[in-house]
Design a protein around this ligand. Structure first.
Ligand SMILES: *Cc1c(COP(=O)(O)O)cnc(C)c1O
Length: 360
């Protein structure tokens, strides 16, 4: 049976990527060695990580003089404290936009390092929209503004460019390179766990503006200091296979082109939201204007809540997998990352229509 993978992460990758990874695990490019057995200091891997760095900057439209790309470990979750460790002085204030579960986690960690000003929050309405950022109550510009561009759990996404009186730090874990990235010159730091849209789990992408580093007074442990990784191509052993998977995915992204990827993503999301809005048994969980093109959250309408399991069962029978909503939200979530084909969304829409024909 054809499987349709709606998993939120680790998630679907382009087939050319998984196939090449499989070959490289057995014998990397005819070397007679598995990529898993190669030194990370070998010419082969130095080339892989160097291209992965430069290609990512190129796709993001950022200047290599100003910005450095790092492939770190510890997940986006480590960035929640690595960011303030490096960028927020004690006594200083950082601004945070509270748009979802991951933003809230980032806020919790930042409080260990300095003051946190919440300049907008949608927590009181179940994170069903993107609030405006309001800096009017701050006496001086904050060290940075932290945003989560796409809220993987609740299913909202920032669609308008945010302006701030300070550098922007963006958690782009679940929508990086899902469209042309626009003007990122106001960004001081961008991070993303690889496993949502860029590659296999294991590495975390960090893109940092070099001029922002070295400004805090506290001592920073070597591994957590971004400058360590800016200075050294590889300070310690990186997750070789994960970074190779990222490189292959980035090459695929470049080949498709970000404009085309954006068109595909928009078509997929439109097909699903139209069905949710049209179908009398389903409702969307996020307000129009803030809805995510990557993670679509929805539920059954009132009175049908006890049929969630039957819907998931029907979906599974059609090969549509990983549709249960995050445990903190409930309902359903369909993740439509770059590599998911339109036909998978069409298959899901068919399941929804079949469900309604049966239960409606
Ligand atoms: C998944 C996710 C995280 C956490 O990523 P890990 O790599 O598992 O630590 C953080 N932020 C966002 C927006 C996410 O989607």
């Amino acid at each position: 049976m054809k499987m349709h993978n709606f998993c939120a992460g680790p998630s679907i990758l382009p087939k050319v990527v998984t196939e090449q990874l499989a070959r490289s695990v057995v014998d990397h490019e005819g070397m007679g060695l598995s990529l898993l057995e190669l030194s990370h200091r070998s010419d082969t891997f130095v080339k892989i990580i160097s291209e992965a760095k430069s290609l990512l900057l190129e796709l993001m439209g950022l200047d290599a003089e100003e910005y450095e790309t790092l492939y770190l470990t510890g997940g986006a979750s480590t960035q929640f404290y690595q960011v303030p460790f490096n960028l927020l002085n004690e006594g200083q204030t950082a601004a945070y936009l509270d748009t979802g579960r991951w933003s809230a986690k980032a806020i919790k960690e930042a409080k260990h390092f300095g003051n946190v000003a919440i300049v907008g929050s949608a927590a009181n309405s179940g994170y069903d929209h993107i609030p405006k950022a309001d800096f009017s109550r701050l006496e001086e510009p904050p060290a940075y503004l932290h945003i989560t561009t796409n809220n993987t759990v609740s299913g909202s996404q920032i669609h308008e460019q945010i302006s701030a009186p300070c550098p922007i730090v963006a958690d782009m874990s679940s929508d990086i390179l899902s469209k042309p990235m626009g003007d990122l010159s106001g960004h001081g730091l961008i991070y993303a766990g690889a496993q949502k849209n860029i590659g296999p789990a294991g590495t975390t992408i960090v893109i940092v503006k070099k001029s922002l580093l070295g400004k805090v007074d506290r001592a920073i442990p070597t591994m957590i200091d971004y400058r360590t990784h800016v200075k050294n191509l590889m300070f310690n052993t990186p997750p070789v296979i994960s970074i190779y998977g990222c490189l292959l995915t980035l090459r695929w992204v470049k080949e498709q082109g970000l404009e085309q990827i954006q068109k595909n993503n928009a078509a997929k999301a439109a097909l699903l939201y139209e069905e949710i809005d049209r179908n009398p048994l389903f409702r969307a969980l996020v307000k129009e204007g803030s809805r995510s093109l990557m993670n679509v959250t929805f539920d059954l309408v009132e009175g049908y809540a006890d049929r969630s399991e039957s819907f998931l069962q029907l979906a599974a029978e059609a090969g549509c997998m990983a549709l249960a909503g995050h445990r903190s939200v409930g309902g359903f979530r369909a993740s439509l990352y770059n590599a998911l084909p339109l036909e998978s969304v069409a298959a899901l829409v068919e399941v929804m229509q079949a469900f309604t024909a049966k239960h409606g």
